[in-house]
Design a protein around this ligand. Structure first.
Ligand SMILES: C[S@@+](CC[C@H](N)C(=O)[O-])C[C@H]1O[C@@H](n2cnc3c(N)ncnc32)[C@H](O)[C@@H]1O
Length: 290
């Protein structure tokens, strides 16, 4: 089960009030969605979006108590403008992005998000996405792979790993996560495998970001969120790695219609991290449209 991150801070900053409307761009298991929906009762609505049809299917089973106040939509938040228009969802008092993937997807999606499971190298949030990790790994050039690993994983052994992938696929098509982990462990020095973080962590992150075009989606989602938000509306983003946090920080700084409410990102308390280790790298930034 996915445990929502920084929920109290989200409620403090977004400050949902009765009869206001909010968009949750990354509904996942619904933790934040339901917390916000409770506070906007009796007439306020939440438009809850997720790109993963599995997440939407599971959420559908949980929304009975909200009688029309919770609108579920499968979709990419890079299209929230269009989705909100189709749903005639306005005015918008606040928008939330809780980026990345949920614990459910990591643990039981069967789509190869985790290097601890032996699953097909898919890594798509949505099955209609044309690219899979398998396709990237087997058909990208060495230079393209190296670029992905460096840019999206900040992987110091990007060149060695890319070379090893290209070599390995000449013998056998890469299909399963276990094959990739094997290649990675062989391509990196022994001390790398003894570090606290697994040698596959950065490569898996990089591939997931590339497969789903995550950084572009974030830029476009923020741009459209800014247009949708009404006066005094807020945009809150929880990110989990420096690439995303940098995009959010720069966007809030340079977008003239927004004013950052958080000078420094808000991070979870040690008590929250103890309860939910996944929260440890979370950073929350919030901006208001004054
Ligand atoms: C960290 S989880 C959200 C967890 C949620 N806040 C909760 O409390 O359960 C991130 C979710 O965003 C979804 N997602 C990732 N990229 C997306 C995108 N571009 N558009 C919409 N949803 C996306 C994932 O499928 C995943 O369910």
């Amino acid at each position: 089960m996915h445990i929502p991150v920084l929920t109290e801070k989200i409620l403090e900053y977004l400050a949902p009030k009765p009869n206001e409307n909010f968009i949750d761009c990354t509904a996942g298991g619904g933790g934040h969605t339901f917390a916000i929906a409770e506070r906007v009762a009796p007439k306020g609505k939440v438009l809850a979006i997720d790109w993963d049809p599995e997440q939407i299917k599971n959420l559908k089973l949980k929304i009975k108590n909200y009688k029309g106040r919770l609108v579920l939509r499968e979709g990419n938040f890079a299209n929230i403008g269009e989705i909100a228009r189709q749903e005639k969802f306005h005015p918008v008092h606040g928008i939330l992005f809780d980026l990345g993937l949920s614990s459910d997807q990591l643990g039981s999606s069967g789509r190869g998000f985790s290097f601890q499971k032996d699953e097909p190298l898919d890594m798509r949030y949505n099955p209609n996405n044309p690219d899979t990790a398998e396709k990237l790994l087997n058909y990208s050039s060495k230079a393209q792979l190296e670029h992905i690993l460096k840019e999206y994983g900040e992987e110091e052994f990007a060149s060695q790993i890319a070379q090893a992938i290209v070599q390995s696929r000449t013998q056998k098509h890469l299909q399963k996560t276990s094959q990739l982990v094997e290649v990675l462990v062989r391509a990196t020095p022994k001390w790398y495998s003894r570090k606290k973080i697994h040698p596959a962590t950065k490569t898996f992150q990089a591939l997931r970001i590339a497969v789903n075009n995550e950084l572009e989606n974030l830029r476009e989602g923020l741009r459209q969120a800014t247009e949708l938000t009404g006066l005094n509306g807020k945009i809150a983003v929880i990110s989990f790695h420096s690439l995303e946090d940098r995009i959010v920080k720069e966007f809030f700084k340079h977008e003239s219609s927004l004013k950052p409410m958080t000078k420094k990102p808000i991070t979870p308390t040690s008590a929250e991290i103890k309860r939910n280790p996944r929260a440890r790298s979370a950073k929350l930034r919030v901006a208001i449209k004054p």
